[in-house]
Design a protein. Sequence first.
Length: 476
Amino acid sequence: MRVAILTSEAVPFAKTGGLGDVAGALPKALRAAADVDASLVLPLYEQTDRALLRERIIDNLEVEWGGERRRVSVWYSEAAGAPAFLIDAPHYFARPNLYGYADDHQRFAFFSRAALELLKRLGSPPDVVHGNDWQSGFAVAELHSRRAFDPFFARARTLLSIHNLAYQGAFDPSDLGWMGFTRRETRDAFAHEGAAVALKAGLMLADALSTVSRRYAAEIQTREQGYGLDWLLRMRRERLVGITNGVDYEVWNPETDPHTAAHFSADDLSGKRECKLDLLRRFGLPEEPDRPVVALISRLVAQKGYDLVRQAAGKILETGAFFIALGAGAKEYEDFLQSLHTRAPHRVGVYVGYAGEPLAHQIEAGADIFLMPSQYEPCGLNQMYSMRYGTVPVVRATGGLDDTVENFDRARGTGNGFKFIRYSADSLLGSVYEALYCYAEPDVWRRIQLNGMRADNSWAAAARRYVEVYTAVKRM
Ligand code: ADP
Ligand code: GLC
């Protein structure tokens, strides 16, 4: 089975969030679990470390674009543990950020076309083209019409994975024509409330759909969480599955982590204390290892529940806990974090910006409690990383957070974290207080930590489920 995974980001080449982690881990997991010939195709960005690239394997890939032929080159790498092809189109991708430009739709439509052109040049028809998020909507739409007249793609099937339904890739429909999307059926698939919407085209035309947890698969079929596309997801629900993301335990492993001050495991947690002291030092906080550290790492957007954090922060500090946050995004939340630090410099550690991998690992290893009070969360990875590092997650029961975190039950000694349901600062605080009470009883806390550390969220099971979907879609 040959699968080409198209993505806008993948570790170790480029990352802004969880999609990068997932796309970086899945091809390797597929190859290990089921001998699937999986490869990655992504853009070559300015931020990509050139040392990861092995060779330029194509220097003249022709891409039809706006009535002319553009030439791009393609780089090859195995740094993700599987073949990866990086499309070098500097006009669109040699920029400081991955996303956030007025021509994003053109950038990823171009990338999608180049990716299909590349597959053709490589010469072995893919069984499945597996796209991710709105950026791959263009590839799905293009393949859908192309396989009718291009024998190379005649048997190729498509799977589109939704990592976040809120990001849809809307643009002015008058761009569709010159970008080459001229067929009536294709244009209709893009059309949504007066705009052209790349995600909608993908959801409409893909042979199969998946998203990153079971709970989120159900949630996006409701009006409240459907972002205007719930009707389409209900219509195609027979084709939609929820597959919970895994954790790459080669990368997120407290026993071997190259970024942390010490190593530890479920059998010997002593190194965690050293990691905590190291974390406090890094943030210039007093070395008081008995005081709990409440931490948070996320994009600073409303999705992540920052409004609740803002309302609850004062009360959390009143408990005497340290508060450490890493994040980049909306200015209002960045300002809030800075002002919290100014208010309580000996209790609060803040890093505003995208810090890359080391600091994220150091926080996971050194913290005691990890907050994820998300409004919605398709899957969420940090709660699973936290559990592996003996850091107890406090989460809102939504999407993948609900699927992966089990509320601690004192009487039975079961559960690996704390969950609250209502989206309110009081509910968040209720769970934080509960966690802190347990923290004060070392034996109880140890039980919760071990329950989390022993949970198996590895990629193997998820990879097997993807193979089932690929197999089913191949028969369509
Ligand atoms: P999302 O994809 O919605 O951002 P996830 O929980 O799936 O949420 O994944 C977030 C990933 O991005 C994690 O690997 C996390 O450590 C990382 N991350 C988020 N913000 C930052 C940041 N400012 N610096 C470093 N890593 C970050
Ligand atoms: C998205 C979601 C996040 C998920 C990630 C990887 O960015 O917001 O919940 O874990 O994709 O699938």
